[in-house]
Design a protein around this ligand. Structure first.
Ligand code: GLY
Ligand code: MN
Ligand code: MN
Length: 440
């Protein structure tokens, strides 16, 4: 589990970044997720906003974090106070004392005191880092404080000169994973691997997609993962051509491919792995030919992943092999270069190859600055996930129609190249054929 010292290091790193960018007279405000009512007095399951958790580890709603770099008490939290009645119904809250004792705040206040106390806490700050537009109530409060300070400036108090979005700083920080973060991600991925192996071993034609999903997710819960990082995609047959298919209601037929795109969470970090396999344990010739193309494309993308290489170069390396394969499969005609230039492959490959991975499945961090693609650095984690989708109504040769294949792994950029964190989860065709349906 992420330690209090690690959360403190993250806050310190961010405060150094803020001071470096805006000088000493700066403050930053972060707001927790809100509880969302499902109906009556029942709420949707609560999950803390990822950046708020990244900086605090605090898992309750109605919380605010205020940072004042360079001040005697740089970390202040506003939280829901202890409530003996609520404690009977839903358990104890951390409370004001807990925010200091367990979450490393230098000072803490009840959330009810926010409006009265925040103006004083922001006193002297010329730059306020806050992501305007994220929380209507905080937007209004920050706007009021900025206005009051402008009025006060006539009498000599400093005005707030800028409200800056902290996302670039904090997302840039989240983009480079610490050793503890890589450990959590590895655990999320290992749990996901155990689920995938159990689900593949149990798969038999005649099962429903949701039964296979249940086997995956029961393994996640059994191993201690509290939830998925995103809704599980359990797509059989032509459903595998729908990129984010999540209804998972169909009965799996003999001869189908099964596509599972899934990620358990561990300590707030999400895996994101896809495996595609024959439901009855044997690829047809057409399925195998298409699978081999996607696998070769994925291996090319992974092999390209290394420090100094640009994020988009990984996509280009994968794409090239994919387009070569589409020509070999007689789906496309002409040269590789002209097909890439004309984007003819888009009818069968409509997403990009990679995204950052971390607390969020599509994690924080810029993919480019202006026109320049982000250069990979050690500590970044990205997916490599090419796919081919021959929808039933596509112009692909008939034998390929209804086949959808994606293969997705999670890759850590290391000083010497890469480590495939999901590399132990079977994906070689022979290994899949041996595994599928092998559960007694
Ligand atoms: N599971 C969503 C994605 O692969 O991006
Ligand atoms: Mn993905
Ligand atoms: Mn995925």
């Amino acid at each position: 589990m992420t330690t209090p010292a690690e959360f403190a290091r993250r806050r310190q790193q961010l405060m150094r970044g803020i001071t470096g960018e805006a000088g000493r007279d700066a403050a930053a405000i972060f707001v927790s997720s809100r509880e969302i009512i499902r109906n009556g007095d029942v709420h949707h399951a609560f999950r803390q906003q990822s950046t708020f958790w990244y900086l605090t580890g605090f898992e309750e709603p109605e919380a605010v974090l205020v940072l004042r770099p360079g001040h005697a008490q740089p970390v202040t939290m506003f939280v829901r106070p202890h409530d003996p009645v609520m404690a009977v119904w839903v358990g104890p809250r951390a409370g004001v004392d807990g925010a200091v004792a367990q979450y490393g705040a230098d000072a803490a206040h009840p959330i009810e005191d926010l409006e009265a106390t925040l103006p004083r806490l922001l006193g002297g700050a010329r730059t306020v880092y806050y992501a305007l537009g994220e929380d209507a109530r905080m937007d209004a409060l920050v706007t009021r404080i900025v206005g009051d300070r402008r009025d006060g400036a006539q009498r000599g108090a400093p005005a707030v000169e800028a409200v800056r979005d902290p996302s670039a700083l904090v997302d840039g920080q989240r983009l480079i994973k610490s050793t503890a973060e890589v450990r959590a991600l590895q655990r999320a991925i290992d749990v996901t691997g155990a689920g995938l192996v159990a689900a593949m071993a149990a798969t038999r034609p005649g099962m429903y997609e949701y039964e296979i999903q249940a086997i995956l997710e029961q393994e996640y819960r059994r191993l201690g993962s509290p939830r998925e990082g995103f809704p599980t995609i359990a797509a059989s047959g032509e459903n595998s051509c729908t990129l984010h298919y999540v209804s998972n209601r169909r009965q799996v037929q003999k001869g189908d491919l099964m596509l599972l795109d899934t990620g358990a969470e561990w300590d707030y970090y999400s895996a994101d792995v896809t495996r595609t396999y024959p439901a009855s344990g044997k690829f047809s010739a057409a399925q195998r030919a298409a699978y081999d193309v996607v696998l070769a494309s994925q291996e090319a993308g992974i092999a390209k992943t290394a420090p100094g290489v640009s994020f988009h170069a990984v996509h280009q390396a994968s794409l090239r092999v994919l387009v070569e394969g589409l020509i070999d499969l007689k789906v496309l005609r002409g040269s590789v270069d002209s097909n890439i230039e004309r984007e003819t492959y888009r009818a069968y490959y409509m997403h990009s190859t990679s995204h950052w991975l971390g607390l969020d499945v599509h994690d924080a961090g810029a993919y480019r600055t202006g026109q320049k693609s982000t250069a990979l650095r050690p500590g970044m984690v990205l997916t490599v996930e090419p796919g081919l989708y021959f929808a039933p109504d596509s112009k692909a040769p008939k034998r390929l129609r209804g086949i959808g294949i994606r293969i997705e792994d999670d890759v850590l950029v290391t000083p010497s190249g890469r480590r495939v964190l999901s590399g132990r989860i079977p994906k070689a065709p022979d290994a899949l054929e041996a595994l599928v349906g092998s559960a007694g």
